[in-house]
Design a binder for this molecule. Structure first.
Ligand SMILES: [Zn+2]
Length: 128
């Protein structure tokens, strides 16, 4: 969903890029990874979209804005529209990360936005 309205700018895409993004369903490393640099208004702002495909579970993406992503989205294609996946019989579009579930005072700390520990999905299911 975050990708809608974003201009195509192929020169800013890095293919098979290294990313902390993993499949939120099985934890596997993703293939065909893409990192799109969206640039920032200021030099110290990191703003990127990361996408990749799990051979078994399809495409996922996450947005980095100077902080680790709050959610990993299931998408139809890189930077495309969200798709639903069924987890334990429930429809799920997004998977909250460890970062998302940290208390606010921890989220105010400066952390490396690419620190993989924050990118992990806390619970493999968002069914609530
Ligand atoms: Zn998977």
């Amino acid at each position: 969903m975050v990708a809608q309205g974003i201009q195509r700018d192929v020169a800013r895409d890095r293919l098979r890029a290294r990313t902390p993004l993993r499949c939120p369903l099985c934890g596997s490393e993703l293939v065909e990874t893409i990192v799109r640099d969206l640039g920032g208004v200021t030099a110290d702002l990191v703003w990127q979209l990361h996408a990749g495909r799990c051979p078994e579970h399809g495409w996922f993406q996450a947005e980095v804005i100077s902080r680790p992503p709050r959610e990993i989205f299931a998408v139809h294609k890189p930077f495309g529209v969200a798709r639903r996946v069924i987890v334990d019989g429930h429809e799920v579009f997004a998977f909250p990360t460890v970062w998302n579930n940290l208390p606010p005072e921890r989220q105010r700390q400066r952390v490396d936005p690419f620190d993989a520990q924050y990118w992990q999905v806390e619970k493999p299911t968002a069914s609530r």
